[in-house]
Ligand binder design. Structure first.
Ligand SMILES: C[S@@+](CC[C@H](N)C(=O)[O-])C[C@H]1O[C@@H](n2cnc3c(N)ncnc32)[C@H](O)[C@@H]1O
Length: 282
């Protein structure tokens, strides 16, 4: 697994500052799952239909981190599981989990490649993996997902490339920061720039019935302080810091200085975050 999310200070930043997942994404996924289930032969459609409360059976949020997406699953599923290999992330997920309705969410600390040991073949309706598939051994993972998903079940790869500010001057500072920290992290960054296009080609080998789904643009109000917290939580930034320990000033101090000259750092600023999705249907 990735060594990047093991530190407690990183996980705490993650829980505080990372973008949450809007409910609209899960409504899109629910509609897609309805479509794929409707296409099954009668006996399978009957076997895998929703229950009387209109919920599917089981969903997994693999590499769930601090559990933002896991917590969005219970309105649609009878049982929802968040699984992550980092104990620090699962610890923060449980803190986040304690603040919300705790019904039917279970967090497990384990490797993504072990889900086959935890869930029976053909038993899972949905697997989501948010902002994480780029860290995994994808061939093995996709094969395992094929096994645990039920017919008509779906694997959904979800990602976002960060914020875009309405204010063009802030956006310029943002882009400059990204270009700086990209150096040495190009492979990972390219996955965001192409919105997982190359990963979707890999997915097709295992899920021939797969493709890009509608993306969702979320409008948010944030502040420079919160945004810098988000940047500090980015694995790519932490990598960059580790490879350039002597760099002065710190690139993030530079972002605070430059942005703070334009707008007080705690004032509200408007931005967008685009979430993209690749769906594989079994
Ligand atoms: C960028 S975070 C995304 C967290 C969360 N899904 C979200 O969207 O906020 C990537 C997560 O992948 C987890 N991860 C990386 N490799 C993993 C593996 N092999 N098995 C399980 N989790 C893994 C890390 O511990 C980390 O929490």
């Amino acid at each position: 697994m990735s060594e990047l999310f093991l530190e407690h200070d990183h996980s705490e930043l993650y829980r505080k500052y990372r973008p949450k997942y809007p409910k609209e994404i899960f409504e899109i996924i629910d509609r897609k799952l309805t479509e794929s289930t409707d296409k099954l032969p009668d006996h399978l459609r009957e076997e895998y239909k929703r229950n009387k409360q209109s919920k599917w059976r089981v969903a997994l949020d693999v590499a769930c981190g601090t559990g933002f997406a896991t917590l969005m699953l219970p309105p649609h599923f009878q049982s929802s599981y968040g699984i992550d290999a980092s104990e620090a992330q699962i610890h923060q997920a449980k803190i986040e989990y304690g603040c919300r309705d705790p019904s039917r969410v279970t967090f497990l600390c384990d490797d993504a490649l072990n889900i086959e040991k935890m869930f029976q073949r053909d038993s899972v309706d949905l697997i989501i993996i948010c902002q994480a598939v780029h860290w995994l051994e994808r061939g093995k993972f996709f094969k395992i997902c094929q096994n645990v998903l039920r017919p008509g079940g779906m694997l959904v790869l979800i990602g976002y490339a960060g914020y875009t500010f309405d204010d063009e001057r802030l956006e310029e500072i943002n882009k400059e920061f990204i270009l700086t920290v990209c150096k040495g992290n190009e492979t990972i960054m390219n996955h965001f720039l192409d919105k997982y296009e190359s990963i979707s080609i890999e997915l097709k080998k295992y899920f021939p019935n797969s493709g890009r789904c509608d993306s969702y643009m979320n409008r948010i109000e944030t502040s420079i302080t919160e945004y810098v917290g988000y940047l500090r939580s980015c694995a790519v930034y932490r990598n960059f810091k580790k490879s350039n320990p002597d760099l002065h000033p710190d690139t993030l101090d530079d972002v605070i200085d430059k942005s703070g000259k334009l707008i007080p750092i705690d004032s509200p600023v408007k931005a967008s975050c685009e979430y993209f999705m690749i769906v594989g249907v079994k």
